[in-house]
Structure formats: structure tokens, C-alpha cells
Design a protein around this ligand. Structure first.
Ligand code: CA2
Length: 153
């Protein structure tokens, strides 16, 4: 059983912390990766953390993550239109948590509330800031523990 978990962040999240702090807070992508790295270490996961602005790169990483213990993905604006990413998510065997830093149901642009990728994910965490990433990893750890041989059901 793999102990590898992928943390994948989508377009523009490399600039987090620079604009719109009232919506996204002041944390940077580096803060997210540090938080997730520490959390993964505590939970016994090997974390692969990546960010891209390119759809094809995200798809390649999802292929790589097909047999991972889990995926935490903030697809950013890919979630509104990317059928290729939807298909790639559906090819993954493990649990997938979609994370959004802002509450996508609470935004003034109502189109932001409909992620086409959510249907291919185990669950979605939205609006809890960067804490959402930590909670997603903790959820994946619970699933892994429950699936481990000898685990009580
Ligand atoms: O809340 C989230 O995490 C989002 O996935 C962020 C996406 C946005 O398109 C989604 O609707 C919700 C990307 C936001 C744009 O990136 C920024 C980068 C730096 C500063 C402000 C925004």
C-alpha cells in the first residue's frame, strides 16, 4: 500500500498572498506547502507537492498519482471548465479531496460555486483557508488507517 500523497495546486496559486487578502488571506503557496509537509510527516505520508499554471502538466501529475494513497487538489479555475482534468481524476484509484481556500458558494461571482471536478472527488473542503489542506490530509490518513490490514472496522 502506497504512503505517497500528492498535493496539487492549480493556476495562479503561485501568487497567493499578493492580492485579494480579504478573499484568500495572506498565506503564500510556500506556507501551504510547509503546513502540508509538516502534517504529512506527522501522519506518516510521503508528500509530493506541486503547482502548475498548465493544464497538461496537471494531467501528467494526476497520471503519476493514479496509485497514490490520496490526492489533495486545489484545481483553482481549472475546476470550472477542464474536462481533461475531470477525466484524469476519474482514472485515479485513491481518495481525492478538492480544496478551495475561499468559500466558492459565498463569492459574488455565482459561477464560482460550480466545480465540474467535484463529481470525481471523494469530497470538497471550501472556505476554511489553508486549514482546509491540513484537514484534507488528516481525512486521508483516517482512510488509510481504516484500510490497513488488521484495522478494526
Ligand atoms: O479559493 C480557492 O482556493 C480558489 O480555488 C482559488 C482560485 C479561484 O479561481 C477559485 O474560484 C477559488 C484561483 C484564485 C486566483 O489566484 C490568486 C492568486 C493570488 C492572489 C489572489 C488570487
Amino acid at each position: 500500500m502506497s504512503s505517497r500523497v500528492y498535493l496539487l495546486n492549480g493556476p495562479n496559486l503561485d501568487l497567493l498572498g499578493e492580492r485579494e487578502p480579504e478573499i484568500y488571506g495572506r498565506h503564500t503557496l510556500a506556507d501551504i506547502e510547509t503546513l502540508c509537509g509538516e502534517t504529512a510527516q506527522r501522519l506518516g505520508f510521503e508528500l509530493i507537492a506541486r503547482q502548475t499554471n498548465a493544464e497538461h502538466e496537471m494531467i501528467g501529475w494526476l497520471h503519476e498519482a493514479r496509485r497514490a494513497a490520496g490526492i489533495v487538489i486545489n484545481p483553482a479555475a481549472f475546476c470550472y471548465h477542464s474536462v481533461p482534468i475531470l477525466d484524469a481524476l476519474r482514472l485515479c484509484d485513491g481518495p481525492i479531496v478538492e480544496v478551495h481556500i475561499s468559500n466558492i458558494y459565498r463569492r459574488s461571482e455565482t459561477w464560482r460555486s460550480h466545480s465540474i471536478l467535484a463529481a470525481a472527488c471523494t469530497g470538497v473542503i471550501t472556505g476554511l483557508g489553508i486549514e482546509g489542506y491540513r484537514l484534507a490530509l488528516e481525512y486521508l490518513a483516517r482512510l488509510s488507517a481504516a484500510a490497513a490490514p488488521g484495522a478494526r472496522r
